[in-house]
Structure formats: C-alpha cells, structure tokens
Design a protein. Structure first.
Length: 47
C-alpha cells in the first residue's frame, strides 16, 4: 500500500465518520464497536 492510498483511505474514513456525526445520525462508531465485541466473544469461544 502506498502512502497516497493510505492517506486517501484515512481521509475517506474521517469524512464518513464526520458525515455520520453531523448529518446522518446512524451511530456508525457504536455499530462497529458492538460488532467488534461480538467478534471478540466469538474468538474467545475458539480459544
């Protein structure tokens, strides 16, 4: 991955999170956090 691709992905992610916080109110960080907790619980079962 080149630096240009990495920077563009970071800018895109920051833009989506800002759009969510200011306009859409979809609570994307909460959704991602809940899915991450579910993933961690699944991985703990496999341990």
């Amino acid at each position: 991955m080149t630096n240009a691709i990495a920077v563009s992905l970071i800018v895109l992610l920051a833009g989506v999170l800002a759009l969510d916080a200011l306009v859409l109110d979809w609570n994307i960080p909460v959704f991602v956090g809940r899915k991450l907790v579910l993933l961690l619980e699944t991985l703990a079962v496999w341990r």
